[in-house]
Structure formats: structure tokens, C-alpha cells
Ligand binder design. Structure first.
Ligand code: FEO
Length: 396
């Protein structure tokens, strides 16, 4: 992994694996690390790098890029996205190759100045513009707000490679293989969906528009800037993205609870039993205090139904559940069934806030909505069981 890897004709992977960063964007855990994929295309008349990597990886990136160039000069840098995990080394490249031309779009220009003080040698491209490297004609397509305003993708019409930047990306550093046919899908698909739920999901309607915009291209490979490179079954990976951005879930349910002393946990367990009674095999039970929200968001995106259940804390919703609700409201999942339950002791509050959340997120609610005083009675637990049965029935 310390050498450039040829990934298509005249096309090299010059990316790096980050196994040290604990939190992506200082938010999302990286138990399997993350890869910053970048690429170099060596045409007969010109060369181009597609994005760079995060700043601290300069040495390793340069080693690979110079290997790929094999004595040639770097003529162009295509900046698909300005977030520093890909744009960290733009200024260094310009210092190393002073004639380097930077390709971006009109929204890239102020960011080049703001992040790097770069104002010269910039070529601004629009949708459909091309760049001929000799044997490789690159075509550019903007995908604004996927997931930044300047985001774009680059298509090599000679090889059929789509350099998709964050789109189709996933968490997880490479462990030997970099291609889909070199890895067990079970290893990358969950981390790709977790990346989607955390980073891209808010812009799902824009993903749908982008898929239509790119639909006319004869895409043979998809090389994203994070995670697995796709060359085996392109239709299947596009169909995953289509499914996630249409909010289409699998039959299954996520039950999330916030509980200080175990009473709300017992209610959540009763909901799970009800789901099992309704023959739902995929049931995920999460303690909102102990499970990172990225995993909960991933599974809410994966399945058709979820239940939020929490105790009251100082007359309000239990804080970790409140934080999860805020993350959900900024992503707005659709086409899911939602169950709610709350508990309280000296003051009500949790269920009311969950109901206000449900009114804002506009998902189809499934009852009964259960509100429990102190410790759940057998009748309370029966109602929770019914909530599970009904959530299961709604998915039938
Ligand atoms: Fe991977 Fe939006 O940067």
C-alpha cells in the first residue's frame, strides 16, 4: 500500500490510509480507519491528479504521485471538492510544479483563496466542459451540495471511470485490496451506509438528481475519494445509492432507548419481543447513551421502522435522545414507521418532546404511544409489546 497502484489504463491510485484519526470531521468514529483516495492520470500529452489527500499524509502521497508520474511533470490538478481531507495538499502541489493548472468550478474559486491563498493558474469549468490529456478526455459535472456547493465529479470518457469524490464513498481504510472484487461486501457495505447516513443523507434528493444527471454516461468503474473502488458490479452499487437516497428500507426495525435505571430499557425489550412475535427477524436494540449515533443513523437508514423510547430528565427529553432527534431532524428520513414511548417519575416531559419531534419529521406513526410512570407495570409492558407487534404489522 506504499506504492501507487494501477487501477485502469494510465490511471493510478495515489491515495493513503488513515489509521490514526479517531473521529472523522471530529464527529464520527473510525474503528476501521478511513482512506483518502486520490488518483493520477498519465495522458500522452498531459498529466492530471484527481484531488489530493489530507495534509499530514504529504510524504506518502508524494511518493505515490511521483511514482505514477514516472518522470513526467504534473500539468493539472482536478479539484472535485475543497474539503481538506481531499484538498489538503493543493498549495504544496503548486509549489512543487509551478506551472500546475488547477481545475475547479465557479464555487471552487473563493475556497481556493480562503483555504490556500491561491488566486492564479485556476481554470474554471462548467457542466460538460472537457479536458484532453491525450488518450484520456475528462468531462466535468457539477453536483452542488453533494455535499458542498463546489462539489463536482469527473468522468474519463476513454476508460469509463467516474471519479465520484465523496459520492459512493465509505468509511474504512483499505486492508490489502482496494477494489470491490477484492473484499467481502459485508466488510464495506455497512461502512458505506454509515458514511452515507452521516455525511450524505441530508442531501438525498440531490443524490437522486445527480443519479439522473449522470445516467447517460457509460460508467464502467466508480472510483470514490473514500473507501472501496468499484469495478465489478457498477449497476449494483448505483442501485444501492438509488435505494438509500429514495429512503427505501429493508424489512426490519431499530429500537433506541434512553434509560437511567433500566425501566425504559425493559419497555424497549418488550417492543423487541413484539417485533419478533410479528416475525421481524432484523431487530436492532440500541442504548442511546452507549451507542455512537452514527451506527443508529446507519440502521435507521437501513430499515423500514424505528422506535424512540426515553425517560424524562429535568422535565425534558433525556439528553442523548434529544441529540439523536436533532441529528434525525437535520437528515429527515422518509418512508419509515415510527413508534414512540416515554417514561417519567416526578415530572412528565419525554413523550411530549418526542411527539413534537414526530410532528416535525412527519413520519407515519404507529401506536400505541406508551407513557409510563416510574416502573412499567405488566399492562405497560403489554402495550410496549403491542407497539412492537404493530410496527412489525405495518411492514407486512
Ligand atoms: Fe471527504 Fe466532503 O470530504
Amino acid at each position: 500500500m506504499y506504492n501507487a497502484i494501477q487501477v485502469n489504463k494510465d490511471t493510478w491510485w495515489t491515495g493513503v490510509n488513515d489509521r490514526e484519526t479517531d473521529l472523522f470531521e471530529s464527529l464520527w468514529p473510525l474503528p476501521q480507519g478511513v482512506a483518502y483516495n486520490s488518483y493520477a492520470i498519465i495522458g500522452t500529452t498531459a498529466t492530471a491528479a484527481i484531488d489530493t489527500v489530507k495534509g499530514p499524509y504529504l510524504d506518502e502521497y508524494y511518493h505515490k504521485l511521483i511514482q505514477a508520474l514516472n518522470g513526467r511533470t504534473l500539468n493539472y490538478l482536478v479539484v472535485n471538492h475543497m474539503e481538506p481531507d481531499h484538498a489538503g495538499l493543493i498549495a504544496q502541489l503548486q509549489s512543487t510544479w509551478p506551472g500546475l493548472k488547477i481545475i475547479g468550478n465557479v464555487k471552487t474559486v473563493p475556497m481556493l483563496k480562503g483555504f490556500h491563498g491561491i488566486t492564479e493558474n485556476i481554470i474554471t469549468v462548467k457542466d460538460g466542459d472537457t479536458l484532453d490529456l491525450g488518450g484520456h478526455v475528462l468531462k466535468f459535472a457539477t453536483v452542488p451540495m453533494l455535499h458542498w456547493p463546489e462539489s463536482m465529479v469527473t468522468f474519463d470518457s476513454s476508460t469509463g471511470v467516474l471519479f465520484s469524490n465523496d459520492s459512493f464513498g465509505g468509511f474504512g481504510a483499505h486492508e490489502g485490496g482496494i477494489f470491490d472484487d477484492e473484499k467481502n461486501p459485508a466488510r464495506w457495505e455497512d461502512e458505506m451506509l454509515r458514511y452515507y447516513a452521516c455525511i450524505v443523507a441530508k442531501y438525498s434528493n440531490i443524490v437522486q438528481a445527480a443519479l439522473k444527471k449522470l445516467g447517460g454516461l457509460d460508467i464502467k468503474n466508480i472510483f470514490p475519494s473514500h473507501g472501496t473502488l468499484f469495478r465489478k458490479d457498477i449497476k449494483q452499487v448505483i442501485s444501492l445509492y438509488d435505494k438509500w437516497s429514495r429512503h427505501e428500507g429493508d424489512k426490519g426495525a431499530v429500537v433506541v432507548y434512553g434509560s437511567m435505571y433500566g425501566n425504559t430499557r425493559r419497555m424497549a425489550e418488550a417492543v423487541c419481543t413484539g417485533l419478533t412475535h410479528a416475525k421481524i427477524q432484523d431487530v436492532r436494540l440500541y442504548d442511546v447513551s452507549r451507542t455512537d449515533p452514527s451506527y443508529i443513523l446507519r440502521d435507521i437508514w437501513k430499515f423500514k421502522a424505528f422506535a424512540l423510547m426515553a425517560c424524562t430528565y429535568n422535565t425534558q427529553l433525556f439528553p442523548p435522545m434529544e441529540a439523536l432527534c436533532s441529528k434525525l431532524l437535520s437528515r429527515i428520513p422518509k418512508n419509515k414507521y415510527l413508534g414512540l414511548a416515554g417514561s417519567y417519575s416526578w415530572s412528565k416531559g419525554a413523550l411530549t418532546v418526542l411527539q413534537e419531534f414526530a410532528a416535525k419529521i412527519k413520519l407515519e406513526k404507529v401506536g400505541p404511544e406508551v407513557e409510563v410512570y416510574a416502573s412499567p407495570t405488566p399492562d405497560d409492558l403489554k402495550q410496549c409489546f403491542e407497539l412492537g407487534v404493530n410496527l412489525g404489522g405495518a411492514m407486512a
